[in-house]
Design a protein around this ligand. Structure first.
Ligand code: NAP
Length: 252
């Protein structure tokens, strides 16, 4: 039997580590040809090698999605070189925590640039291709999966701007879902809780020290990739709109 995503093409942003890398491997194993976007080419090449060794097809796209031209070029190269775009996983993100008073403004700008504008640039460039794929694709349906967070549902002391960006991803996703439902482009929101990746490591040492005590049970990146794989392999008439996933012991 053919894998479910056979003949489809998926673009995953932030594919050089964590949830994005795991998602690329999962979708590749389900038959999708994958386009891997991030800034660290060496990491993307390594992952592409693993996917190819497992019998899959992968395209490496070194790009910074906070640059609108580079985000658009990543989408266009995917379509030009792989022929189509059926699935966009808007995953690239950064989480910089700490008190708002005295926070470096550059950290707030980085989060808005990547978590909001990067996601919007990729979504904007991908939309016409997703609509086309839903019309002429092997599955007659296309997917945009936007990665939010528990912080997209629940703001906490010390995560204000990160939460702002993820609440925004939720609002945009729901609006877009309604707009595209009739065209069979499914827009899904995934809201992970604590997951073992590089995400926290970008914080200032003093912030890292103060949040270390909050580190409890964590999921693996593959656990979230599994959820994303579930979403995009549903039959055409089933849309998983939203998925909130926590480690079992995580209370808030
Ligand atoms: N880990 C968690 O506990 C958790 C919980 C909830 C939500 N999330 C969300 O999950 C998503 C993935 O994060 P992760 O946990 O897997 O963290 P991660 O390991 O730090 O991955 C982040 C990815 O984003 C890429 N990236 C960063 N800046 C970029 C840019 N300007 N252009 C293109 N790619 C860029 C990074 O690659 P390069 O550095 O190579 O560019 C990396 O591949 C994020 O949206 C995050 O907010 C994570």
């Amino acid at each position: 039997m053919k894998p479910v995503l056979d003949g489809t093409v998926a673009l995953i942003t932030g594919a050089s580590s964590g949830i994005g890398a795991a998602t690329a491997a999962t979708l590749g194993a389900q038959g999708a040809t994958v386009a891997l976007a991030a800034r660290r080419r060496d990491r993307l090449e390594e992952l592409a090698g693993q996917i190819r060794a497992a019998g899959g097809t992968a395209l490496v796209l070194e790009c910074d999605v906070t640059d609108q031209a580079q985000a658009a070029a990543a989408v266009e190269r995917t379509v030009t070189e792989l022929g189509r775009l059926d699935t966009l996983v808007n995953n690239a993100g950064v989480m910089l925590l700490g008190p708002a008073a005295g926070a470096p403004l550059a950290e707030w700008q980085r989060m808005v640039d990547l978590n909001v504008l990067g996601l919007l640039y990729c979504a904007h460039a991908a939309l016409p291709h997703l609509v086309r794929a839903a019309g002429d694709g092997p599955r007659q349906v296309a997917d945009m999966v936007n990665i939010s967070s528990v912080a997209g549902r629940l703001a906490r002391n010390g995560n204000g701007v990160y939460a702002l960006t993820k609440f925004g991803a939720g609002a945009f996703s729901e609006s877009l879902r309604q707009e595209l439902a009739g065209q069979y482009v499914r827009v899904s929101l995934v809201e992970p809780g604590a997951t073992a990746t590089e995400l926290a490591s970008h914080n200032r040492p003093e912030v890292l020290e103060s949040i270390r005590s909050q580190f409890g049970q964590r999921m693996e990146a593959a656990d979230i990739a599994d959820a994303i794989g579930y979403i995009v392999t549903r039959p055409r008439h089933v849309a998983v709109n939203e998925m909130l996933i926590r480690p079992t012991e995580q209370q808030r």
